[in-house]
Design a protein around this ligand. Structure first.
Ligand code: NAP
Length: 281
């Protein structure tokens, strides 16, 4: 049966999800479609009601709607509730279920380059740069993996609040101990938009600070795929996870939820890589 899936966001034209899911549905022989709809903030109730009435299968949610969709969901998974954000909506009967697949997607992406037990065994903390919606999903993921979490953010109030929510610690970007904490880190995640094309291309770390060798550096930014943060980390001997890998795994988990079958991960990865001109793993 033909099923319909969508991604909503504002703006959303840049989204790579349609390319990734269209390739995945074709690969497994499902006659399903996947399209993007631009939804201005505040308009999710009417759009989601319309999509539910059409009997669509599911909806992915991107910036800046991940928080507001929760009020439209009858079922909110513990992950979406804790992270305070839903990125994967599934129509269950006539009601929406909201889940957060950014959280387990990050774990899957990290597990592609490192042994999670070894990271936890190192005793080093996980640093999360940023304290927004994506940072929250990452922080909970890393805490669940068993790593002590340190939030580093520009706005101290937001940073302290997220640190308290995940049972972690907050450090200001200018804190003198940041260099030492970073030197012992097991994982560092950039969950700010710093380094994105159109910004100044700078690393989200204060000047002079680098991700240490042996650490896993992960960037949620995927335009460009090799950000300055990842380039410096790789040059320093760190293992890297790019934003395309996180996008891939959160999408693979949404695919699994909607279709009930394993995602054709390599097809989805090739589609993403092709869409960005061959960059990425
Ligand atoms: P958000 O809720 O707006 O949070 C942005 C965070 O970045 C805030 O903590 C903010 O700090 C910080 N920030 C923004 N501009 C900054 C600057 N100039 N200097 C220092 N800090 C700055 O956004 P989000 O939804 O968490 O998304 C964050 C990034 O992750 C975006 O680039 C998004 O595209 C990306 N993302 C990628 C994936 C993926 O699958 N690859 C998934 C989710 C998100 P303050 O609190 O101080 O304002």
């Amino acid at each position: 049966m033909a099923g319909e899936c969508f991604v909503i966001g504002y703006p959303v034209a840049h989204s790579l999800s349609p390319v990734m899911f269209t390739a995945a549905f074709r690969e497994v022989g499902l006659p399903w479609s996947y399209r993007a709809i631009a939804v201005p903030p505040g308009r999710t109730p009417e759009v989601l009601a319309r999509l539910a009435a059409r009997g669509v299968v599911g909806v992915n949610v991107t910036m800046p709607l991940k928080q507001e969709v929760l009020s439209q969901a009858r079922i909110i998974t513990p992950r979406a509730r804790l992270a305070g954000a839903g990125n994967t909506l599934t129509l269950v009967g006539d009601a929406w279920e909201a889940d957060n697949t950014d959280w387990p997607g990050l774990r899957q992406a990290i597990a592609e380059v490192a042994d999670v037990d070894e990271l936890v065994g190192s005793g080093g903390p996980a640093l999360v740069l940023g304290a927004g919606g994506a940072a929250a999903a990452c922080a909970f993921c890393l805490a669940e993996m068993g790593l002590p979490v340190v939030i580093v953010n520009r706005d101290a109030g937001r940073g302290e609040l997220l640190a308290a929510r995940v049972g972690g610690q907050y450090l200001g970007r200018q804190d003198p101990s940041l260099q030492e904490v970073l030197a012992g880190a097991a994982v560092v995640v950039n969950a700010t938009p710093l380094g994105m094309t159109g910004q100044d291309g700078a690393s989200p770390l204060p000047p002079g600070l680098r991700v240490p060798a042996g650490c896993v550096a992960c960037d949620l930014v995927y335009r460009p795929v090799e950000t300055e943060f990842l380039r410096q980390a790789r040059a320093n001997g760190a293992r890297v996870v790019d934003g395309l890998a996180v996008l891939l795994w959160q999408g693979a988990l949404a695919f699994q939820r909607w279709t009930g079958q394993p995602a054709p991960v390599e097809t989805m990865r090739r589609a993403l890589r092709g869409a960005v001109g061959g960059e990425g793993r």
